[in-house]
Design a protein around this ligand. Structure first.
Ligand SMILES: [Zn+2]
Ligand SMILES: [Zn+2]
Length: 343
């Protein structure tokens, strides 16, 4: 079968690899759509995430949907033929984290498209059947692939414990930031302020529930947010950017005793942090690691139309043009929000 393999920084080649066979508890999935995520870009660009870098050629991709063609003996045969959104990280299910409900931080997690594990930019993959979630017919394969970033946004908003009427700032209006805005509104947030370094993404924020958006490269983030909130700061700040600056900015734009949820991945091992600001304001900081138990709810929200996955999916490419798709997202070309590879 065909696969798109990253063989060097910014170089993806179509190669032939063996088609996998499902183990007893697994489903064989014909991949339909793979979204390109900001975290994939760290590997595509060759910089890596923290200490994790690409040292061997790697198949990228983890946000995906597909049709189940076959299941192993221990998996439910009724799954066959379904379009499914697949929760990509496979935990060990035995360690303390897994046994206490925090399987998203399992140390033995197998995550596709994160070195050393090959991702899903290929024709067929196998996954545990219980991590495959059938989606209703009204969702297209491309939208079903976006259940994954939507699950990240739901987990992000959950961690903030947003209450009705609270104000929030969203730093970074890529797909996760935009969906976080939409989910924060759904959770009852009042005024939402959004920032990005790209004008078109700030504008996109306004279509995803952000009330006031600005370009953080042109206006001072802290001054502008304080100004919009009468000097008080927001109740909650979400960092959804790929930046080493935004964790610190989040601390500076929240009110005293406010909450910051840090979901964006700068890729650095360490980022500078205004510890004095955080201590003075007695802030609550919560890092977000992907999601846990969020796929069924993400599917329900998407099916109800409360998450606008259709507006997010701006670009589609065939597998053969994966290189072009990654370059487009990496360069933020053509006003791209989410690009997907559709097989
Ligand atoms: Zn992702
Ligand atoms: Zn575990």
């Amino acid at each position: 079968m065909k696969a798109a393999k990253c063989i060097a920084p910014r170089q993806i080649r179509i190669v032939d690899v063996d088609k996998p066979a499902p183990k007893p508890d697994q489903a064989l999935i014909r991949v339909c759509s793979v979204g390109i995520c900001g975290s994939d870009l760290h590997y595509f660009e060759g910089s890596g995430i923290g200490e994790v870098t690409v040292t061997e050629p790697l198949i990228l991709g983890h946000e995906f949907s597909g049709i189940i063609e076959e299941v192993g003996d221990e998996a439910g045969a009724d799954l066959v033929g379904n379009l499914v959104a697949v929760e990509p990280g496979i935990p060990c299910r035995q360690c303390e984290s897994c046994r206490t409900g925090h399987y998203n931080v399992c140390r033995d997690m197998v995550f596709p498209g994160g070195p050393p594990y090959d991702g899903v930019l290929c024709e067929y993959v196998t996954f545990p059947a219980d991590f495959c979630f059938p989606v209703p017919q009204k969702l297209s394969p491309t939208q079903a692939a976006l259940i994954e970033p939507l699950a990240v946004a739901l987990h992000t908003v959950d961690l903030a414990r947003v209450r009705p009427g609270e104000t929030a700032a969203i730093l970074g209006l890529g797909p996760v930031g935009l969906l976080t805005a939409q989910m924060a509104k759904l959770a009852g947030a009042g005024q939402l302020i959004g920032t990005d370094l790209l004008d078109y993404r700030a504008e996109a924020g306004l279509r995803f529930g952000v009330d006031f958006a600005f370009n953080a490269g042109k206006h001072d983030t802290v001054e502008t947010v304080l100004d919009r909130t009468g000097g008080r700061g927001v109740d909650v700040a979400f960092d959804c950017a790929r930046s080493s600056d935004t964790p610190g900015l989040a601390c500076k734009v929240v009110r005293p005793a406010g909450r910051c949820v840090l979901t964006g991945i700068s890729g650095a091992i360490e980022d500078p942090f205004p510890v004095n600001v955080a201590r003075h304001k007695e802030l609550t900081l919560h890092w977000c690691r992907r999601f846990r138990f969020d796929f069924p709810r993400a599917i329900a929200v998407a099916a109800s139309g409360q998450a606008d996955l259709k507006a997010l999916a701006t670009h589609s490419f065939p597998l053969e043009r994966s290189q072009e798709a990654f370059a487009l997202v990496s360069n933020a070309g053509d006003n791209v929000l989410k690009a997907s590879i559709d097989l």
